[in-house]
Design a protein around this ligand. Sequence first.
Ligand code: SF4
Ligand code: SF4
Length: 381
Amino acid sequence: MNEDPKPCAAPPPRRSPYSLYHIYFYLTEGCNLACRHCWIAPAFQAGEKTYPSLEVDLFRSIIAQAKPLGLGAVKLTGGEPLLHPRIADLIEIIKAEDLRFTMETNGVLCTPELARLMSTCKNRFISVSLDGADSETHEWMRGVKGSFSEALRGVQNLVEAGIRPQVIMTILRRNREQMEAVVRLAEKSGASSIKFNLVQPTARGKRMHEEQETLSIEELVAAGRWVETTLAASTKIRVFYSHPAAFKPQSRLFAPDGGCGICGIFGILGVLADGSYALCGIGEQVPELIFGHAAKDRLEDVWKENPILREIREGLPARLEGICGACIMKRMCLGSCIAQNYYTHKSLWAPFWFCDQAQQAGVFPAARKGKEGLPRHAQLP
Ligand code: SF4
Ligand code: SF4
């Protein structure tokens, strides 16, 4: 799956205030890879050992309850969504309900049969992770031998079925020199786009930040500028870099599927593999961001009445603190990732780590701060 907790799919159309447009299903508690940067840190599943995954009847029931609330799209992620023992049934349900369908997968289990089934869904968007241009680098990141060629085979199966996937590469100090090579590999493989993700300081990613295996904030800002100008101009496939809105040039802020500038949090709910409702996959790490359970709570009650969801709706963006409180992009960005911010600071209104670090390092764009700069009362201690 993707390593980025931020809801970065295309933002939901704002039909009515707070319609539940998008559900992120974290289908499995296990994963067949052991990525060193994973922000969810699922159990490693290999051999005979299996871990729980979302029951099909619950999946069906959640979708049926969500449609009257405005559901138009589902994302299947994990763990690894293709590990789900009845993944084909889940895709058939999505198809029958005529929902927009996105999936984030490591590609290893993407067989020709599954790829063909996905291709029959009308509105689908599949992302496959490739963290290096060679097996040594990719497998150092992903923890399992053979996963590079298997991921490439997964991409090939998708392309042969008529789906041009997005490639997602997560950038670390170890693979930063391969960014251009991965673009070339994505082009050659038939991908439609590439997205560069940053390691979020959550779960295993937190340890990578602490051990300085990630790039410094200055390096991340510089890499973003290079990707969005030089690298993007060198290829026909679309190129995205997952830095917050304040760092994007105007021309990229409103690009379709343009990479995480506009937050969809008001229309998104997460469902974990055990059937819990949560803000997103962060519920695996932060129990207070779990809002109920599909087997006993009505979705409408959770969506409309949960106190944390209501607090988020009432508080964003006005209550954002620190650099997010001062940022002129806050109405569209909404603090980038409330889940990540809460994980780090135990506050829904805390600033996003990237912009916070950029502000402290003096590389936050001055033009994206309000006239008074950072108000004293908005600063965190
Ligand atoms: S494939 Fe995805 S879910 Fe599995 S360990 Fe890697 S990043 Fe985590
Ligand atoms: S400062 Fe906060 S609101 Fe502004 S772009 Fe960064 S994360 Fe988004």
